[in-house]
Each structure stands twice: as structure tokens, then as C-alpha cells.
Design a protein around this ligand. Structure first.
Ligand SMILES: [Zn+2]
Length: 274
């Protein structure tokens, strides 16, 4: 599922491709991914110039020269692509923006859970969707404010997009591991020093993932993610990825927290006292 690091990688790709370009045609191959009707989108897009891109959590925005924005949400399997001739369209291209450069920007989505919408502005979309500040922009004091009043489990709270936008399931596990905090801590018991560690871990995990263009196998061996075994492990031919990078004899544990598969080190992330 495209998380914040993938969406930031897509945004950078689109920024190179579309900024300064005028949309010459709006091609819909499968209207399933449209969150705004096609007959509203086409006149809103064709003839407009794209003045920039931005991102909030897992949402990518193409900024139009009249102030409106095209919102791209990538669902379970969304991706972006570029091509020149119709025959070269990536497989599962659902929508394409034809640009005056002669290139086409493709919205690719095999499973069709992604959505393309028109919004009046990024701020209007953020308000309508009740999204908190982007996880990379979140400050220590905002994080402190959002945790101190809450008597709920830490992990589900960090996943709540109203608290901050862009923290998904594996990211929260990695953040809690790097910050050495158990996922079932009650939010208002987290100390000021721990909030600082959490904030630093959010920055570390997201900037590392973006620098690796979200290629998980290139993440440092000090990351918990290798225990998830999505990919070949970082240590082929051994089972060392099943153990804590800091405690080579302690096996990473898995349990369900708030209904979500959760990985943690029982030594680094001590269970909360009763
Ligand atoms: Zn450990």
C-alpha cells in the first residue's frame, strides 16, 4: 500500500513531469477511480497550467493556475507513470493527463481503490477530510499536545490521520521501535523525553524511507521492518532478520494492537506497568 514515502516519491516524479505544463486533454480509461464526475473534471482541467505539486500525508496535489487542486490518493496499489504514445501506456493506466510537452502523466492503479478528485485548495481538502498536519511537518509541541490529554493506546492514536497525516501501520511500528516505546503505552503516560524521541523517530523513519525511494530492502539493518518479511530479508540465507537489530538473541514479537499486526522488541520496548 502506498504510504507517505511512496507518495512523496510519486510527487517528486510528477513535479519533474508536470510543473509548468498545460493540460491539453483529460483521458479517462476507467472512471472507477474518479472521485469527482468526469464531466466536472474535464472542463476544470483542460487548458489549465499546473503551477506546482504538494503532499499532505498520503495525498498528492497538483496545483492548478486558478488555485484549484487535483487530489491524487493512491489507495491500495496506485502508482504514477509517464509515456508519449498510447501504445506505451503503463498497464493498468486508469487516467492520463496529456501535457503540452507531448508526454502523458498516467495514474496507474491495478486494484482501483485510488481516487482522483478536484478540490478548491489543499487547506479546504485538509479540513473536509479532517487531516492533521503532515507527519514530516509535525512539531514536538503539537505532538505533545495531541498525546497528553489522551487515555488511549499509543499505536492506534498515532495511526489516526486526524492526529497527523501520513503515519501508516509499518511506519508507526518502526517509529515506536526506534523511539524504544511499547505500542500499548497509554498516550498520556508518555514522558516529555519520550515525546522528543518519538518526534525524532518520525523524522528518521520518514526521511530514511524517502531517501531510499521506499525500497524497503535498502533500509538500514537497524530497522525493524526487515522482520516483516515483505521482501527478501536484509540478511539472505539466515534468520537474523527475525531478531532485534540491537539484541541479536531477542526475537521480534508480533501481536495485534487495535486490530493491526504489530511488531516490536520485548527488550527495547518494555511492556507498560499495570
Ligand atoms: Zn531490542
Amino acid at each position: 500500500m502506498p504510504e507517505l514515502p511512496e507518495v512523496e516519491t510519486y510527487r517528486r516524479f510528477l513535479d519533474e513531469l508536470v510543473v509548468g505544463q498545460t493540460i491539453t486533454a483529460f483521458e479517462v480509461l476507467d472512471a472507477h477511480v474518479l472521485g469527482t464526475p468526469e464531466d466536472t473534471l474535464r472542463p476544470a482541467l483542460v487548458g489549465r497550467t499546473i503551477s506546482g505539486t504538494s503532499r499532505l500525508g498520503k495525498n498528492c496535489f497538483l496545483l492548478l493556475d486558478n488555485g484549484q487542486v487535483l487530489v491524487l490518493h493512491f489507495g491500495m496499489s496506485g502508482d504514477v507513470g509517464a509515456y508519449r504514445d498510447a501504445a506505451d501506456a503503463p498497464r493498468f493506466t486508469r487516467v492520463a493527463l496529456h501535457l503540452d510537452s507531448g508526454l502523458r502523466a498516467a495514474f496507474v492503479d491495478p486494484r482501483k481503490f485510488g481516487r482522483i478528485r478536484l478540490a478548491e485548495s489543499v487547506a479546504a481538502y485538509q479540513q473536509a477530510k479532517k487531516l492533521g498536519p503532515d507527519a514530516l511537518e509535525l512539531t514536538v509541541s503539537e505532538l505533545t499536545d495531541r498525546l497528553t490529554k489522551r487515555k488511549t493506546l499509543l499505536k492506534p492514536l498515532l495511526l489516526d490521520q486526524r492526529l497527523t497525516a501520513g503515519l501508516g501501520n509499518w511506519i508507526v511500528d518502526e517509529v515506536l521501535f526506534q523511539a524504544k516505546i511499547h505500542p500499548e503505552r497509554i498516550a498520556n503516560t508518555v514522558t516529555a523525553a519520550e515525546v522528543k524521541r518519538l518526534h525524532a523517530a518520525v523524522q528518521l523513519v520518514l526521511t530514511t524511507a524517502i531517501a531510499a525511494e521506499a525500497n524497503y530492502r535498502n533500509f538500514p539493518a537497524s530497522f525493524l521492518i526487515h522482520a516483516r518479511e515483505w521482501d527478501e530479508s536484509a540478511t539472505p540465507g539466515t534468520d537474523s532478520h527475525e531478531f532485534c537489530p540491537r539484541h541479536p538473541r531477542t526475537r521480534i514479537e508480533k501481536k495485534y494492537v487495535g486490530g493491526r499486526a504489530t511488531y516490536f522488541c520485548p527488550k527495547c520496548q518494555p511492556e507498560p506497568a499495570e
